[in-house]
Write a protein that binds this ligand. Structure first.
Ligand code: NDP
Length: 435
């Protein structure tokens, strides 16, 4: 706390994990005595840099770029790049820390990292986005590489931004390698990467419901927050599994469609026109729009899938969800529930899928993209999707089995933290204390 006092998001993430690890350290105190616990909460490297670029009016703009190389015990650093005005050292460190455990859970050889910038892509022209991405990569390229650190997309960084960054990296280094994931299909991207986090969230949710409650997503009413990459493909798979998704949001407000969201309309607005979600009500009869994104949690549902951003469900929203009879909460976004909200969900005994397990499908498929790049082969959509599904099922069982082993059956927060920790911690032990 002394060292990171001004980093609330980071402290929140570390606090949750350390609490879960208490029984592990009790069982094997060597994790404490050999300093694994002290080392695992300190990033290996934190890079901060200036990103200057010229806007369409010829004015120089300055942003701050970050890359946090958190842990490389089990593989090259891996994690997304977030472009959003709220990006700061604390946010990037919390995401890098969480990523370390998430990547471990996927069983693929990937360390943890995260990066980004306080650049706001909203309202910027295509050329401005390109100039920003090129400037950002000019510095970032000094620190990454296909065997060192492989960034990917995140909030504000989609296929367009990854394309500009990849082009700039290749130009600077004169090499065509899998240095980024989430690439376009014509230059090394993987089929199913776009869908992966949302689809993976539903594969996880389905397995959790089937195994812990002998139930399924079919026929359930679902609320999904956000309307970006994760939210759209979570909606698509939920609908494919027979659920009715009735709401989506963005940072301004939420839409409610009692007849079930028409996803083709959402995709047109968000993916093609890059517009706002409120536009939906102009195109679909019977749908309503309400200002303010928090109100989405007052809608009655069986399953809540927060897919927007951190701390979007607080204690108050959790209480309303529970009062309205929610049975399942699974996190598509990173750390979307506050600690207070998580406590309420767990105390109520509903099924709760924590982010680092439930949304690991994106990075898992990025890992599969890395494998395809190394092989210089492309797998079919069905091949990648089948692997993704199996990985999500395995992640659920890994977290669930650990929860049983440590006498907190069904507490997947603790189960996932322990499962993710043990692999990284053992690798750190074997690599010596100077690592
Ligand atoms: P996108 O940029 O595609 O979409 C983000 C969505 O969340 C938008 O609808 C955005 O609305 C909304 N949002 C962002 N910030 C806020 C805020 N402060 N308050 C309310 N709404 C907000 O990002 P992704 O869908 O890729 O990411 C969503 C979450 O999922 C993030 O937490 C990300 O870290 C996590 N994640 C993403 C993965 C991926 O593969 N993409 C993998 C694993 C996790 P607006 O347009 O108004 O900003």
């Amino acid at each position: 706390v002394k060292r990171n006092g001004n980093e609330p998001e980071f402290l929140q993430a570390v606090g949750e994990v350390l609490m879960s690890l208490e029984p592990v350290v009790e069982k094997d105190p060597s994790y404490e005595t050999n300093g694994v616990i002290d080392r695992i909460v300190e990033p290996e490297r934190m890079i901060q840099f200036r990103v200057s670029w010229v806007d369409d009016n010829g004015k120089v703009q300055v942003n701050r770029g970050f890359r946090c190389q958190f842990n490389s015990a089990i593989g090259p650093y891996k994690g997304g790049l977030r472009l959003h005005p709220s990006v700061c050292a604390s946010v990037i460190k919390f995401l890098g820390f969480e990523q370390t455990f998430k990547n471990s859970l996927t069983t693929l050889p990937m360390g943890g990292g995260k990066g980004g910038s306080d650049f706001d892509p909203k309202g910027k022209s295509d050329n401005e986005i390109m100039r920003f991405c090129q400037s950002f990569m000019t510095e970032l390229s000094k620190h990454i590489g296909a065997d060192t650190d492989v960034p990917a997309g995140d909030i504000g960084t989609g296929a367009r931004e990854i394309g500009y960054m990849f082009g700039q990296y290749k130009r600077l280094r004169n090499e065509f390698t899998g240095v980024l994931t989430g690439k376009g299909l014509s230059y090394g991207g993987s089929l199913a990467r776009t869908e992966a986090t949302g689809y993976g969230l539903l594969y996880f949710t389905e397995e959790m419901m089937s195994c812990m409650k002998n139930d399924s997503v079919k026929g359930k009413t679902v609320v999904v927050s956000g309307s970006g990459n994760v939210a759209i493909y979570a909606t698509e798979k939920a609908q494919a599994l027979g659920a009715k998704v009735v709401a989506l949001s963005d940072s301004n407000g939420y839409i409610y469609d009692p007849n079930g969201i028409k996803l083709d309309v959402v995709k047109q607005i968000k993916e093609v026109e890059r517009g706002r979600i409120k536009e939906y009500v102009n195109r679909v009869e019977g749908a309503t729009y309400t200002e303010g994104c928090k109100g989405i949690w007052t809608i009655k549902c069986d399953i809540a899938l927060p897919c927007a951003t951190q701390n979007e469900i607080d204690g108050e929203s959790a209480e309303i969800l529970l009062k309205n009879g929610v049975q399942v909460v699974a996190e598509g976004a990173n750390m979307p529930s506050t600690p207070e909200a998580i406590d309420k969900f767990l105390a109520a005994g509903i099924l709760f899928g924590p982010a680092k397990a439930a949304n690991a499908g994106g990075v898992a498929t990025s890992g599969l993209e890395m494998s395809q790049n190394s092989e210089r082969l492309s797998w079919t959509f069905e091949e990648v999707d089948a692997k993704l599904k199996q990985i999500m099922i395995n992640i659920f069982h890994n977290a669930y089995d650990r929860s049983k082993e440590y006498d907190v059956e069904g507490n997947l927060v603790v189960g996932a933290n322990i499962a993710g920790f043990l692999k990284v911690a053992d690798a750190m032990k074997w690599q010596g204390v100077a690592y």
